[in-house]
Design a protein around this ligand. Structure first.
Ligand code: ATP
Ligand code: MG
Length: 255
């Protein structure tokens, strides 16, 4: 499949939660990269509830003198019992400067992972931050902007959607994932305002979200809960969007 990058324009809509949820339900081996420059691994503090020590991550990758592909394999850590591995993010925002020059070469290395049968999901955090991993977003097969549908969220989304639409090169593809569609605006209304397609809508499902964001015990029949079902549908939509775009590129037909 490919490299997928998730980001938000404002308001903590659930980028980290969704990135992990997608990774855990992903049908193939997947590498989750915590590239949010805010600092502090959400995975270690959230999903693992601080029970798992930081061992290595992006900062070691940025400081490595060896081949980036080898170094990536060294710093990636498995989530036991799954086919997900992850690269822990920087531990403090003060490290953002040190990883700034990593993004462009890392984008290339992540793209090359596909040949090993591994897909990549990047948590790019909130856009516009100092040290933001923009090269990862630009190089991703699909960049996904997450947003709730309140007016303040949509106003920030509209401003960034403009930048996304003008992405560098015709391979660049971006879409929106809505969290809590209909609270108050619908996907059709959002898409009309921001002029980007809405690829998927995730329900407002705090109990399920808490499993991914802070390691809460899964509610009963977790796989059948609204969020898990919507994530599974989102994965199908992601796959067909990327596959469709690749076919267009191969055949030379415009989107
Ligand atoms: N689909 C959802 N339904 C309900 N609550 C959600 C959903 N997704 C995420 N949340 C909750 O929203 C809060 C913020 O989630 P998360 O940390 O994933 O957001 P974020 O966009 O990564 O924020 P930040 O910009 O701070 O990194 C968490 O409490 C999480 O449990
Ligand atoms: Mg986050």
């Amino acid at each position: 499949m490919a490299v997928l990058a998730l980001a938000s324009a404002s308001g903590s809509p659930g980028v980290t939660t969704t990135a992990l949820g997608l990774a855990l339900l992903w049908p193939r081996p997947v590498l989750l990269v915590e590239a949010d420059p805010t600092g502090g691994s959400n995975l270690l503090a959230g999903y693992f509830r601080g029970t798992r020590e930081y061992e290595a991550g992006l900062i070691e990758l940025a400081l490595t003198a060896s081949d980036l592909e080898d170094a990536l394999a060294d710093v990636a850590r498995p989530i036991e019992g799954t086919t997900v591995s992850f690269v822990a993010g920087i531990r403090s925002h003060t490290q953002a400067r040190a990883v700034r020059d990593l993004w462009a070469p890392l984008a290339q290395t992540l793209a090359d992972l596909e040949s090993t049968g591994q897909d990549v999901i990047v948590d790019a955090g909130r856009l516009g931050m100092h040290g933001s991993p923009e090269p990862l977003l630009e190089a991703a097969d699909l960049a996904l902007l997450l947003s709730r549908t309140t007016l303040p969220n949509l106003s920030a989304l509209r401003s960034w959607a403009e930048t996304f639409r003008r992405g560098p090169g015709d391979w660049h593809q971006s879409s929106v994932i809505l969290v809590g569609e209909g609270q108050p605006y619908t996907a059709r209304e959002v898409s009309g305002v921001v002029n980007l397609p809405v690829l998927a809508s995730l329900p407002d499902d705090p109990d399920s979200a808490a499993v991914f964001s802070r390691g809460a015990a899964p509610p009963k029949r977790f796989q059948t809960r609204p969020l898990a079902r919507a994530l599974t549908s989102a994965i199908a939509a992601i796959h067909s969007t990327i596959a469709g775009r690749r076919t267009e590129l191969l055949e030379g037909t415009p989107s």
